[in-house]
Design a protein. Sequence first.
Lengths: 139, 148
Amino acid sequence: MRDPVRAVLGTRPDPRTVGPVTQTDIVRFAGAGGDFNPLHHDPAFAATAGFDRPIAMGQFTAGLLAAWLTDWCGVEHLRAYTVRFLAPLLIGDTVVLSGEVVSLEQTTPGSALAGLELSASREGTPVAAGTATVLVSGP
Amino acid sequence: MAGDLLGQTVDRVQFRVERGKVLELARATRATDPRHVDAGAATADGHPDSLATATHVVVAGHHRDQQAFVAALGLELRRIVVGSVSWSYERPLVVGDDLVGTRRVVGDETREGRRGTNRVVTLETDFVDATGAVAVRQREVLIERGTP
């Protein structure tokens, strides 16, 4: 089993940049996950919902943010993960995935549960904000 | 009407965590951990098979009837946005896991929004493995945007 990653208060895993997001990216995720809401691939339907083009599903952003996080910490060490969607992610957007350890609770000597605040941002404005609880190696 | 559906089961899905789906979702979400796509890397690390990505249970979408559940909840598809999603994990999912996911209404209320009265429906799904244990629990908050 991969050892938990070392983390202290203030640890910021290297951010990841994804994009510009294409319709193909959204369709790829729709096909993988099974979300065939036409809001995500049909411009005419998206227009009836008030959008000038299809928008990505929240689960796409949540998936990108989770993949970035677990590439750092190991998916087997993830205990909880929450994402709130703040603004639609649009075709053409470039999204930056980042986060920071904001709490540490020692569980056993040498290991701790880290609380992270997470963000998926477009040009500095968050489209999604999240939190995660991750088992880490601590002091 | 808001509140009437509390506690009701919305739908139940049954599926296996498939190798191909794990690969597709790893690619679609840009996951780079080789243990998602290389069974050898996962087993060498002590796991029974390749590890699914953290949000793998989204594949339940393939087994659900979106139009039907939206209609059952009395919601209008074009006005729904997902407010938030959360997951809690008892263990990582691995290829070969057989899961049953039962989705229930755990919240149904109205809230005043900028564009009128929004309806906020919270759904919780327990994904139970072949031993009967919950492996992953997912909670979704759906917002039906109000009309002005």
